[in-house]
Write a new protein. Structure first.
Lengths: 409, 254
């Protein structure tokens, strides 16, 4: 007998035993809802993380930072090495799979324009900065390679900085004094926003606060630093599969260049993603265990009720066998029925799980989502429960002796 | 539906039992239900099997219907040696060659008449359109053309048994095997139903009725009486019926 026909028979049976079906499905509904909610939260959290990271360089970003040695007494070698430099950045650019390199040098200087006069963080950067951070000009232009080469006295402002210095005036073309040097404002960047904590906090506000000059001018106009030290270096790899390898190569290269001293660290985004997910696991586990326990209980209830109603179906099995059903036909029929019941519960549980997930994400201020993996979890968990707990009654029914089954009153 | 009538072109018997024994629960409590049954049924015959309760006639019916297999001996149904078939193959033989009619109808309670009649074809893997057509024809044949959408509970006892007959016929089996088909019906309805069997036999169907009612057995062309696991008498119908009736009386008195 075709499975489709078993489904028709199964549906007839499910329909004519509404209370029984309801009792059978309750456990499955709760179990599946719980699992779907977990999957939803995991997906939502991941999507949130990915969305944020894509704003600040994506998954292919390696972050190279200065990290002074931990020892209190430093060796001569360690003293000789003085941290990351612009030349390190240029060297990293030669490594295969490296797509972009953006060294950043930060310096704190007074900024003046008309009534405004305050110390601000000034970032020396390269044009790649805009691409890496998706930080594009709203008005005017961003930095160019020409600016870096010619050590041009141009400045690009984040949205908040522009308001801070110039109020409602148009900053483009104006001269902003940084330290004692006059810089021409060539661009104001588009506002960056990534709201967290129910929209109360903008995780990217620091970018709006930026005052960016060509990195070369930091050395030539302000520090006069011959070694051209940088605060950190953003490295973008061509694809995330190459993160690990490139990260090791960067590490090796810098170690060599720093005379064997490790006064830096290389952070790998992909590795951190895995780490971040690991941290969320405990919370997910709790839901997962709850879901699985509910499904187990639901499955046991299903098996129990199937076995209880088994008595009243023995004769039916006998009749079906008498008119030509094989043991496999009977087993399939019973399995289809239990999967129908759990599938029904799974459908309701899926909807309920989506509601749970939306409620929880709303509570913690994350955007609500419905992902394919939630559907898959819902469907697979309910079907597997049906198959697993339907197996015993199905095999039992399949093995019934037709003569005895027909005689059963 | 005359094409549905099963006859063996070579004229060989449609049923042949040779030295059939059936022993239940081997060991000290072994029950020897059948102790060597030999008989044949030709295509188109109308047979009644009679016997008191405990005689072994139910066991014999189960073996003829391929619900059970002999412990010893040979059984050929429509040319197939049933003895050595697997359970799956037996299910197939039941599906293709045997049409069962039970005393208590045994329709699926939640399925319509149409669906009940389609059931054997479902297990035979018949396509939907053909299934519908054949089920409708079978229902028409038993006079229930307008009852296809009814549930068993919406039908009278006689109508239910007619649905069961339609179900038994629908796969064009080699034999129609009926176990006390009038047992749950009043006399008049029972008589009407037996008329259906008579008609089917007239059309060429091989009919085997298991009964303890001599009036029912009287309609058969041959009566086989089972007593204590053996065939007592294969004389003509009238004699057989008388003998069987007296055997039943003995059984009741004992």
């Amino acid at each position: 007998m075709k499975i489709g026909e078993s489904v028709i028979d199964g549906l007839t049976d499910v329909r004519s035993n509404k209370l029984r079906t309801l009792l059978q499905t309750l456990g499955v509904i709760l179990g599946v809802a719980s699992l779907v909610a977990v999957q939803g939260l995991i997906d939502s959290g991941r999507r949130q993380t990915m969305a944020f990271w894509s704003e600040i360089g994506g998954l292919t970003k390696l972050l190279v930072v200065n990290m002074p040695p931990k020892e209190t007494v430093l060796s001569a070698k360690q003293l000789a090495s003085s941290g990351l430099t612009w030349d390190d950045a240029l060297a990293i650019r030669q490594i295969p799979h490296v797509k972009m390199v953006d060294p950043i040098a930060t310096i704190r200087l007074p900024v003046r324009f008309e009534g405004y006069n305050r110390e601000r963080d000034i970032a020396g950067a390269t044009p790649d900065y805009m691409l890496i951070y998706k930080f594009y000009p709203e008005r005017g232009r961003g930095l160019t390679n020409d600016d870096v080469e010619k050590q041009s006295r141009v400045v690009v402002l984040g949205d908040t900085s522009a308001r801070l210095y110039f109020g409602n005036q148009n900053p483009i073309g104006r001269t902003l004094y940084i330290g004692d040097v006059g810089y021409t404002v060539v661009g104001v960047m588009r506002r960056k926003e990534f709201l967290v904590d129910n929209g109360e906090y903008n995780a990217l506000e620091w970018m709006n606060q930026l005052t960016i000059v060509p990195i070369s001018t930091v050395y030539s106009r302000f520090t006069g630093d011959p070694d051209k030290h940088v605060g950190y270096i953003n490295v973008i790899v061509d694809k995330s599969d190459n993160n690990e390898k490139t990260s090791q190569e960067v590490h090796a290269l810098l170690k060599r260049r720093h005379g064997g001293v490790i006064d830096f660290d290389v952070y790998n985004r992909s590795a951190r993603l895995a780490q971040a997910q690991q941290q969320g696991r405990m919370f997910d586990m709790l839901f997962l265990v709850t879901g699985i326990v509910s499904l187990l209980v639901g499955g046991i209830v299903i098996m129990n009720i199937m076995l209880a109603s088994f008595q009243e179906r023995i004769r039916e099995v006998g009749v079906r066998k008498a008119i030509g059903a094989s043991g496999i036909d009977i087993a399939i029929q019973f399995l289809v029925e239990s999967v129908l019941v759990t599938g029904l519960g799974g459908g309701v549980g899926l909807a309920l799980g989506v509601v749970f997930a939306q409620a929880i994400t709303a509570l913690v201020g994350q955007p609500a989502i419905i992902t394919p993996s939630m559907m898959i979890v819902g469907v697979v968990s309910s079907v597997v429960t049906g198959l697993f707990f339907g197996m015993y009654p199905a095999v039992k029914a399949a093995r019934l002796n037709p003569v005895e089954a027909l005689r059963y009153e | 539906m005359s094409a549905a009538v099963a006859t063996r072109p070579d004229g060989a018997p449609i049923i042949r039992l040779e030295g059939v024994h059936k022993v239940y629960d081997s060991g000290e409590n072994a029950v020897h239900a059948l102790r060597g049954i030999d008989f044949s049924v030709a295509a188109g015959e109308y047979i009644a099997i009679m016997g008191p309760s405990g005689s072994g006639k139910s066991t014999l019916m189960h073996i003829i219907g391929c619900l059970d297999t002999p412990s010893l001996g040979e059984y050929y149904l429509d040319g197939t040696a049933v003895m050595r078939l697997s359970r799956r193959a037996l299910a197939r033989v039941r599906n293709q060659k045997v049409g069962f009619v039970f005393q208590s109808f045994n329709l699926l309670p939640r399925a319509t008449s149409q669906r009940n009649v389609e059931l054997p074809m479902l297990y035979a893997g018949v396509g939907k359109a053909e299934r519908k057509e054949r089920a409708t024809a079978a229902l028409k044949r038993v006079g229930l053309a307008d009852r296809g959408r009814h549930l068993p509970t919406q039908l009278s006892g006689g109508q239910r048994q007619r649905v069961a007959i339609a179900r038994a016929l629908v796969n064009s089996p080699a034999i129609l095997l009926a176990d006390e088909p009038t047992g749950n019906l009043d006399t008049r309805t029972g008589a009407e139903l037996l008329g259906v069997f008579d008609e089917l036999n007239t059309q060429g169907h091989t009919v085997i009725l298991v009964t303890h009612d001599s009036n029912v057995a009287a309609r058969a062309s041959r009566v086989i009486t089972i007593v204590d696991g053996l065939i007592e008498d294969s004389a003509n119908a009238a004699d057989g019926a008388t003998n069987a009736a007296s055997a039943i009386n003995e059984g009741t008195a004992a």
